[in-house]
Design a protein around this ligand. Sequence first.
Ligand code: A2P
Length: 344
Amino acid sequence: MSTLQKKPAYVVAVVGATGAVGSEMIHLLEERKFPVERLVPLASDRSMGRQVTFGGAELDVVALHPKALASVDIALFSAGGSVSAEYAPMAAAAGTLVIDNSSTFRMEPDVPLVVPEVNSATAAGWRRRGMIANPNCSTIQLTVVLKPLHEAAGLTRVVVATYQATSGAGGRAMDEMLAQIRAVFAGEEPENHIFPHPIAFNCLPQIDRFLDNGYTKEEWKVIEESKKILGLPDLCVTATAVRVPVFIGHSEAVNVSLERPLSADEARAFLRVAPGVIVEDDPATQTYPQARRVAGSDAVYVGRIRQDVSQPRGLDFWVVADNLRKGAALNAVQIAEIVTARYL
Ligand code: A2P
């Protein structure tokens, strides 16, 4: 049971400080003026000698080892599942508030899985395990839009296809795509090491490994995590997760079935006032959310809202967000803000 108490400022560690999400976390702690007494940037031995910039100072990256987390108040983990599995419980047991971006603990019943715009009150339970799980990137942006629609008309079924950027697989995955693009332009065969096939000029209907039921693990995360976050264990959800050759910004084509009728105009009106959502939807001016444009912004964008002609109470729409910010780092920092403001 963590004894962390409210303080004017906190010692904050970022585990995975040199990574695509970790560097965004550091950026956001500064941008949002989170009360940081001292930042501890942690990464692997490979990053020794590297520095990160925070608050105008250059800080040496420190190699992760058990003692590196001693006297840390809040640790934001984004260094992969195996690092979280080894270090997060250790840090939590020592009294650190852990906010973990990996999928390792997300479905454990006593670990809150939090999207602040959707279920911030569940963060109250963080002391049970000393940690809060940060959901999957595609799940976060989906639930931010599903919540107001559920409140408006009751969701019964959700069908989602994702179009996920390479940054979701980390900085090295972005580098791999860039190298492949260059190879194709040079007339060479693109090499793949991180992705199962070349991603340049391609779409891969595989993110993470395959499960015995034919879904990928990424699809299963979207299905199970959405139900947990929305508090709707019986909601019917199915997903197809696709990696696309985009650097930053996940897009989603979503179809929902509703209990009560809801027109596209009514849905737009509910979504316009929903927290964290921006409606960009004007066919007359060819206006709709695009991955290229959302990079660097905090909101979840929704457009192409229309009634589904194939069923009596259904809607189709298109959801886009910056997967490194709202899909990962921003959501984690928002969780830290909520816990320190309300639950210490
Ligand atoms: P490093 O750069 O030293 O490898 P990304 O998601 O962009 O691939 O970044 C992953 C982050 O997790 C990086 O900061 C990486 O550090 C860090 N990381 C990976 N493995 C370990 C590990 N075993 N111990 C500590 N940090 C790790």
